[in-house]
Write a protein that binds this ligand. Structure first.
Ligand code: CA
Ligand code: CA
Ligand code: CA
Ligand code: CA
Length: 709
């Protein structure tokens, strides 16, 4: 029996014409960095059509763009033939003088669709583009300090050499953004550039070198001992140049660079004093901040010196705060609940905290480190008073997904912070230990360890980051709930800040399931527009926003990139509009039902694949409600050219739990050479009634969240 309804046929030969609507994948952004207080032309290019660009939308404040124009581009070297010409949009990107430096994500709305995510670096320094040839010391391109250079790996084994003057005592940070800029490009399928840099003196002797710092991207800090001419040499570690030319931004900066903040988590409301570690921090320590009473989760803010700015993040807590004592031997006694700020300050260090717990007391332990930029890959261990190991956790795995396939395992970068739900076996003294998974340590290995009573709670993830739809059409995505601390309630889903003319259908994740659909529909008269939308869920007093994940790779989204936003867009007319009847189905265990699917074609005559659950995670993740089975033999899901009628058949197994008004969708997909161009949704509601004579109470789960106090 098939586990999922994986109906994706990879070979759709003989498509007479491809869909009108593209699936614009941003594959290159050049220049890769823009400077504060400037306007810069940036070419955003890729395949699958950027034709008819409408607007570009950036995350965060202080950056905006207008469309300069669209153009066809020559095909990139070695690119697989798709039948889609390479093209690009030129943007004029304007950055406010006080905009926060860092990577900014953006998407482009075209009349046909909404693009995948792109990354642009907003730099604090003036930027220039590289000039080839610059492969040797003799050809070196002169730059100023501070400066950001936008470069390309123009060919395999390309070497780029930059030349500058420095004075004795100058302290300069050399920072490359490359893999970090390429990360959201689906077609790279995680094959990012791995750049290496070498700082050299005027006799071409190496003074310092760097390879991996932030992932594959190198970074080095250097204090110059004497006046002179210096060279920075940059190349790809494997001497490759990418499917297309990989791009990078090399910054030589004198601005403060913060590598860690202590404490990493501060108490909500009131003042906090921070100790910054890093480079060029003169006069910045200690760093006092005001934490607003309304702050939640985390706070980002700039630290500035006369030589520039950088952005730091601190977490926010309402737990009683404890700072790890500076000099101590043996375990530190703590009282729960508590939020401990500590540091694994040297290799092999283990920080030990002793606490009392009552028998059957349920505690939650959670580390906040990696997510705030700490290099620590935490491991938590709980021991009894005799030192026996009772429980341990390395990386928190989301307890969601299909057959043990977890979101955390699919997500990149991986989540390395530990989390445990633990019940004390009896009254007594216990110890929680924290260390690095590889026994590393150092001044930047800061952590926050929250220890608190378990309270029912949940987290949500959404399996897509872009929801384009034509007038009259619907788009769908799947929200998955991760149930924490025994939470067993239903979650009512919501979508907010929708584009004008777009509405969301009511949808609930029932108590016995962990997935639900969001279905957005654009009114027949809805106008071209795009908005960042908020997708989340509520249960009782708890409301949580879903973390969006962009599907990466081809066809079925082989892995997921956690991103910061979901964008919904109204585009021009849809290629297809899918409808399903009946729209409300009630079944009893043992019943089966066929739904008629009609595909309204709007100038598109090619093949259409129907699917009952969401497309990109289908094979990994999404599932039908428990007890509901797809009947492949009684269904027609592959529609040939010009066909308009399909059929979806379900059976309800005898032991199926009840289901009340559960929102489901049939997806119509147009794929072209393994790339989905369009996926159009039709919603229906599924009810599973109790079998005749069955006692309903036995199959209903609690509708109340479960908390322990
Ligand atoms: Ca180059
Ligand atoms: Ca070169
Ligand atoms: Ca320590
Ligand atoms: Ca870990």
């Amino acid at each position: 029996m098939r586990k999922t309804i994986g109906l994706v046929s990879l070979i759709l030969a003989a498509i007479p014409a491809y869909a009108q609507r593209g699936y614009p994948q941003i594959e290159m952004v050049y220049p890769g960095a823009v400077s504060r207080g400037t306007s810069t032309e940036v070419l955003v290019s890729g395949h699958f059509s950027f034709r008819d660009p409408v607007m570009a939308m950036f995350e965060g404040d202080g950056i905006s763009a207008s469309i300069i124009g669209w153009k066809q581009l020559p095909e990139a070297k070695g690119y697989r033939k798709t039948g889609f010409p390479r093209d690009g949009v030129t943007l004029k990107v304007t950055v406010a003088a006080n905009a926060l430096p860092g990577i900014r994500a953006f998407r482009i709305l075209t009349k046909g669709s909404l693009s995948t995510l792109g990354h642009l670096l907003l730099t604090d320094a003036p930027s220039v583009n590289e000039t080839e040839p610059n492969n040797t010391i003799e050809q070196a391109q002169s730059i100023e300090i501070p400066q950001t250079v936008n470069g390309l790996l123009d060919e395999d084994a390309d070497i780029d050499v930059y030349k500058f003057r420095a004075h004795a005592g100058d302290r300069v940070s050399f920072i490359v953004h490359a893999a970090r800029l390429q990360r959201p490009v689906p077609f790279l399928e995680r094959a990012f550039s791995d750049i290496t840099i070498s700082l050299r003196d005027e006799r071409d002797q190496e003074l310092a070198a760097a390879d991996d710092w932030q992932g594959e991207d190198p970074q080095l800090y250097y204090k110059f001992q004497k006046d002179g001419t210096y060279y920075l040499r940059l190349w790809e570690a494997r001497y490759q140049s990418g499917k297309d030319k990989w791009w990078y931004a090399l910054s030589a900066l004198t601005a403060p660079q913060v590598t860690s903040v202590f404490p990493p988590v501060v108490r909500v409301g009131g003042k906090a004093r921070l100790e910054l570690k890093g480079f060029n921090l003169d006069g910045l320590n200690p760093y006092d901040i005001e934490v607003p009473a309304a702050a939640k989760g985390r706070m980002e803010f700039p630290v500035t010196s006369p030589r520039g700015a950088s952005v730091i993040t601190v977490g926010i807590t309402d737990l009683p705060a404890l700072i790890e004592p500076p000099q101590h031997t043996g375990p530190v006694s703590i009282q729960t609940p508590v939020g401990i700020n500590g540091r694994i300050s040297a290799n092999d260090e283990v920080d030990r905290y002793r606490f009392r717990a009552r028998g059957r007391e349920r505690l939650e332990f959670e580390v906040f480190a990696h997510r705030f930029g700490s290099p620590l890959d935490s491991i938590l261990e709980i021991r009894d008073s005799k030192g026996r190991l009772l429980d341990a956790n390395d990386d928190q795995a989301n307890t969601v997904g299909y057959d043990g396939r977890f979101a955390a395992a699919l997500a990149i970068p991986p989540q390395k912070d530990s989390r445990m739900e633990w019940t004390a076996p009896e009254d007594g003294e216990y110890e929680v230990d924290i260390r690095d998974a590889n026994y590393f340590g150092g001044v930047d290995y800061v952590y926050h360890l929250a220890v608190r009573p378990q309270r029912g709670d949940f987290r949500l993830i959404v399996d897509d980051d872009r929801l384009p739809m034509g007038p009259g059409e619907s788009a769908t995505c799947v929200v998955t709930v991760e149930r924490l601390n025994g939470f067993a309630g239903p979650v009512k889903l919501f979508a907010r800040d929708l584009p004008p003319g777009v509405t969301a259908m009511e949808s609930v994740i029932p108590a016995h399931l962990d997935q639900g659909a969001i279905v957005l529909t654009a009114a027949a008269g809805a106008r071209l527009d795009a908005r960042f939308v908020i997708i989340g869920g509520a249960s009782g007093q708890i409301e949580r926003i879903a973390r969006p994940h962009a599907p990466m790779g081809s066809v079925n989204g082989k892995f997921l990139l956690p991103v910061n936003s979901v964008e919904a867009a109204v585009t021009e007319a849809a290629d297809i509009i899918v409808e399903v009847t009946p729209k409300n189905v009630t079944l009893r265990p043992g019943d089966s039902v066929s739904l008629d699917v009609t595909v309204k074609r709007n100038g598109y005559s090619g093949a259409v694949e129907l699917n009952v659950i969401s497309w990109n995670l289908t094979q990994e993740f999404s599932k039908l409600p428990r007890g509901v089975v797809f009947d492949d033999k009684q269904s027609k899901t592959s529609l040939g050219p010009n066909e308009t009628k399909g059929r979806i058949t379900f059976r309800v197994q005898p032991d199926a739990p009840m289901l009340d008004n559960y929102l489901m969708t049939v997806i119509g997909q147009i794929a072209y050479n393994r790339v989905f161009m369009t996926r159009s949704a039709a919603a229906f509601r599924l009810n599973v009634a109790p079998a005749n004579g069955q006692n309903t109470a036995a199959t209903l789960s609690s509708h109340e969240p479960v908390g322990n106090n």
